[in-house]
Write a protein that binds this ligand. Structure first.
Ligand code: ACO
Length: 311
């Protein structure tokens, strides 16, 4: 039995923070932000919109799109570094909000690689027969740990949620291969210091460029595929220059790469499910397409997988 995606959902706060807005807050320019990152605007959740609220909204849509109800969910995994509380987990709040059964629910902390980590975890439970339908959510309210006086970081981040119901699919579909990894020696380059995100942009940039390309090639090989077999590439949406370098290593044309960082900025664990959701909506991913997803972030951690679309 293989595990694949049965339905997707997303939630984006309505409030838009543009580069022009940021020019009013810190010493930056639209031109600098666009050329260095590819970001034009991002969404910001106000005080009234919590991480668990965004997660719940995305989850409801994913469950609906999977043709299921909350009753059908056997496990809830929430990838986040911005939970509402230290405890309980966002996952337990989602379980309650959805009116789901009293199933296992926990958060996964792997920063921007979190959605891949949680999806791979879901796959283990499904393939072992322990669970049938696992709700996986990537959600972040990064605005609450972003220092809006620090121009090095505040231009990069946004708030959003993406969700997927993972469940059994036919043998040749679903997740074909994966790779997860962590190098804790690099934690000093990207972490939450007291209240806010600290980032050594240049070091993270170097790590990301190397790891995104390498992990993508590793999972393609592990699935017995060639680079030419890749129909759609979904890199974590952190910075267009990093994404471009990974895309070029894979030899995938630009139009076959997800590109949402311009609209939403870096929303950490939620970028990959949101990008897949929008690719499907726009008809860029079809039945039987081979998709490569790759994320990297604080840890330093990374995760990649190949997936053949369809049930
Ligand atoms: N506006 C104007 N100037 C700025 C800004 C800004 N918003 N931010 C930095 N600068 C300045 C710097 O102060 C520096 O000035 P100096 O030379 O006088 O000191 C200059 O611009 C160049 O800075 P660099 O760091 O060399 O710029 P770079 O081209 O590396 O781009 C960036 C910076 C965009 C942050 C890049 O390094 C990057 O994208 N790094 C990776 C970030 C990333 O992917 N993070 C993922 C986090 S994932 C997670 O786990 C949450």
């Amino acid at each position: 039995m293989n595990a694949g995606i049965l339905g997707l959902g997303k939630y984006l706060p309505e409030r838009v923070l543009t580069n022009a807005d940021l020019e009013e807050i810190v010493d930056t320019s639209d031109e600098w932000i666009r050329t260095r990152t590819g970001i034009e605007e991002r969404r910001i959740a106000g005080d009234e919109i919590s991480t668990s609220y965004m997660a719940t909204e995305a989850a409801k849509e994913a469950i609906h799109n999977a043709g299921l109800t909350a009753e059908d969910i056997d496990m809830i995994l929430v990838a986040t570094v911005t939970p509402d509380y230290g405890f309980p987990s966002v996952a337990s709040m989602v379980q309650h909000n959805l009116g789901a059964r009293q199933v296992p629910a926990m958060d996964v902390s792997a920063a921007c690689a979190g959605f891949i980590y949680a999806t791979v975890t879901a796959k283990q439970f499904i393939e072992s027969g322990t669970a049938k339908h696992v709700l996986v959510i990537g959600v972040e309210k990064l605005s609450k740990i972003t220092d809006y006086t620090d121009r090095n970081t505040c231009v990069l981040f946004g708030d959003a949620a993406g969700a997927a119901v993972i469940g059994p699919v036919s043998d040749n579909k679903g997740v074909l291969s994966f790779e997860l990894g962590t190098d804790g020696s690099g934690l000093k380059h990207l972490f939450q210091d007291e209240d806010f995100i600290y980032m050594n942009g240049r070091e993270v940039f170097k790590f990301a460029v190397r790891q995104m390309g390498e992990s993508s090639l590793n999972v393609i090989e592990a699935a017995n595929l060639e680079k030419e077999d890749v129909d759609y590439f979904i890199p974590h949406q952190a910075n267009l220059r990093i994404m471009e370098s990974a895309r070029q290593r894979l030899g995938v044309p630009f139009e076959k790469m997800a590109y949402t960082v311009n609209k939403y900025g870096n929303t950490s664990s939620s970028t990959i499910p949101i990008a897949l959701y929008e690719a499907l909506e726009e008809g860029k991913v079809k039945e039987d397409d081979v998709i490569v997803m790759v994320g990297f972030g604080g840890g330093l951690s990374w995760g990649a997988l190949t997936l053949r679309w369809g049930k």
